[in-house]
Design a protein around this ligand. Structure first.
Ligand code: SF4
Length: 124
C-alpha cells in the first residue's frame, strides 16, 4: 500500500494547487497542473492521453505578470485573470486550488467582462 504524499504545485513562486498525491492525480483542477500531468501521466482513464502543450515561454521571475502568474500561457485565461490573482480555495478536504475557474468572479467583475476569454500569450 502506498501512502499519499503532500504535493504543492508552484508557478513563478506562487502556489497553484496543493493537496495529497491521491487528490491531485485523481482530480487535477488547475490548468497548470493538468498541463504538467499530461506530459508525464495518462490522466484520462477513459481514453487516449491528450497532451496539453502550453504556448509561450515562462516569464522572468524577476518581472512576473500581474494577476494570475500563469495567465499568459493558460488555455483558459480570462480578462480578469490578468488583473487579480485567484485565492487559494478548498475544492475538497485538503485539496486547494488558486484559479478563477474555481473561485469565479463577482457579479460586478462579470458585468465588466472579466470572464471573457483571452488568448494565451496575449500579454507577451
Ligand atoms: S486564474 Fe485564470 S489564468 Fe490562472 S489558471 Fe485559472 S483560468 Fe488560467
Amino acid at each position: 500500500m502506498t501512502l499519499p504524499m503532500p504535493i504543492m504545485v508552484m508557478y513563478l513562486g506562487v502556489v497553484m494547487e496543493a493537496g495529497s498525491s491521491y487528490a491531485i492525480f485523481a482530480n487535477p483542477s488547475h490548468p497548470y497542473t493538468r498541463a504538467l500531468l499530461s506530459a508525464v501521466l495518462d490522466i484520462d482513464v477513459e481514453g487516449q492521453r491528450e497532451r496539453i502543450l502550453l504556448k509561450g515561454d515562462t516569464p522572468s521571475p524577476m518581472d512576473p505578470p500581474p494577476g494570475c502568474r500563469f495567465w499568459q500561457r493558460c488555455p483558459s485565461a480570462m480578462r480578469g485573470c490578468a488583473t487579480v490573482r485567484a485565492p487559494l480555495v478548498e475544492v475538497e478536504p485538503g485539496h486547494r486550488v488558486a484559479c478563477h475557474l474555481v473561485s469565479g468572479f463577482s457579479p460586478q467583475q462579470m458585468a465588466a467582462g472579466w470572464d471573457e476569454p483571452v488568448s494565451p500569450s496575449a500579454g507577451g
